[in-house]
Design a protein around this ligand. Structure first.
Ligand code: ZN
Ligand code: ZN
Ligand code: ZN
Ligand code: ZN
Length: 301
C-alpha cells in the first residue's frame, strides 16, 4: 500500500490521453468479406484464406506508436513501443504479422482491442504520474509503474476464438446463427446505452457490464474471460480513488472495454451474417450433399 495523505494533492496529468489516443486504426467490421468457391456438387465452400496485406501497417507489422505520442519527450517507458528510437508499436490490425488474419477463425480481443495489454488509465501507460508542484513524477499507484496489465482475455495474443458453435463457426447451424445474431444485436444495443460515470457508482456499473456479458457468455467464451479481465483491472484502478478525476479513470476503463467488446461483437455479427449467407445459398442447392456435410466437416474448409 502507499501513503494516502501526500497523494491527495497529486494531479494526474495524463488522464485523458489514454482513451483518446491509444487507438490504432481498426478494420470496419461491416465491410469484412470472406470468399467462397463452388465445388463440383454446386455447394459453396469457404475458399482457402491467403491473407491480404494489412492496410494499417502495409505488411510491416509495425506502426507509429499511438500510446506514447503525448508523453513528454524525455519519457523512457512505453508499454507499446518501449520508447525505442523508431517509436514503432506492433500493428493491432494484423497482430504484428503484416497479413490480415482469417476473420472466419479469429477476432480482435474484446477486452484489449488487440493491444495485448490493458492500459492503466491513471497514468495512460506511462507508469508514473506528474505531480503538481513536484520536480519529479511519482510511481503510478494503479499499475505500480507497469503502465498496464497483460490482457488475460487473449493472454496477450491480441486475437481470440470465434463464437462457440458445433461443428464449427464456419459451418454453424441456422438455429445457432439466429440465436447468436439476436444476442449480438441485444448486447450491442446495451453497450451503446452503457454510459458509466465511475466514482461511487463504479462498482454497480461494473456489475451491470458483467451481467450484460454473462447473458451471452455461453455463445461467446471470450466474453466470459472479459468479465474477469475487467474485474481485475477495475480493482487496480480503484487504487487511484484518492486522485482528482478518479471517477473519469474508472468510467474510462469501463468505456474502453465496452468499446472493444462492441467492436468484437460487430466483427462476430458480420461473420455470422456471412456464414448464414453461405448456408442459405447452399440450402437452395438441391438437398443432395447437405446431410453428409453438416456433421463431418469440422475444420471449416
Ligand atoms: Zn498490420
Ligand atoms: Zn510508445
Ligand atoms: Zn486481449
Ligand atoms: Zn498506471
Amino acid at each position: 500500500m502507499f501513503a494516502m495523505s501526500p497523494l491527495l494533492s497529486l494531479v494526474a496529468l495524463f488522464v485523458f490521453a489514454a482513451v483518446g489516443s491509444a487507438q490504432q486504426k481498426v478494420l470496419i467490421p461491416e465491410k469484412l468479406e470472406r470468399a467462397t468457391v463452388v465445388d463440383e456438387n454446386g455447394v459453396a465452400q469457404w475458399a482457402e484464406y491467403k491473407g491480404d496485406e494489412c492496410p494499417n501497417c502495409v505488411g510491416k507489422g509495425k506502426v507509429k506508436c499511438t500510446t506514447c505520442e503525448r508523453y513528454p519527450e524525455d519519457a523512457k517507458f512505453c508499454l507499446d513501443c518501449e520508447r525505442k528510437p523508431e517509436r514503432e508499436a506492433p500493428c493491432r490490425m494484423c497482430a504484428g504479422e503484416g497479413k490480415l488474419k482469417d476473420p472466419l477463425h479469429t477476432a480482435p480481443c474484446p477486452a484489449c482491442g488487440a493491444a495485448s495489454f490493458l492500459i492503466c488509465v491513471l497514468c495512460a501507460g506511462r507508469g508514473e504520474i506528474g505531480v503538481a508542484g513536484a520536480p519529479k513524477p511519482t510511481k503510478c499507484p494503479g499499475c505500480s509503474g507497469d503502465g498496464g496489465w497483460k490482457c488475460a482475455t487473449c493472454d496477450g495474443k491480441r486475437f481470440v476464438e470465434m463464437a462457440a458453435f458445433k461443428p464449427s463457426f464456419a459451418d454453424a447451424k441456422d438455429k445457432d446463427l439466429q440465436k447468436a445474431l439476436t444476442q449480438t444485436d441485444a448486447l450491442l444495443k446495451q453497450l451503446e446505452d452503457f454510459a458509466p460515470v465511475g466514482g461511487p457508482k463504479a462498482r454497480k456499473e461494473v456489475k451491470a457490464l458483467t451481467k450484460m456479458m454473462e447473458s451471452v457468455q455461453a455463445t461467446f467464451p471470450a466474453l466470459k474471460r472479459t468479465i474477469k479481465s475487467t474485474d481485475d483491472v477495475m480493482n487496480k484502478v480503484y487504487g487511484g480513488s484518492q486522485f482528482q478525476g478518479h471517477e473519469e479513470n474508472e468510467a474510462n476503463t469501463m468505456k474502453m472495454v465496452a468499446a472493444h467488446t462492441a467492436h468484437y461483437l460487430k466483427h462476430q455479427k458480420r461473420m455470422l451474417e456471412l456464414v448464414h449467407k453461405r448456408a442459405e445459398a447452399n440450402a437452395k442447392v438441391d438437398g443432395a450433399g447437405k446431410d453428409e456435410k453438416s456433421g463431418k466437416d469440422s475444420k471449416g474448409k
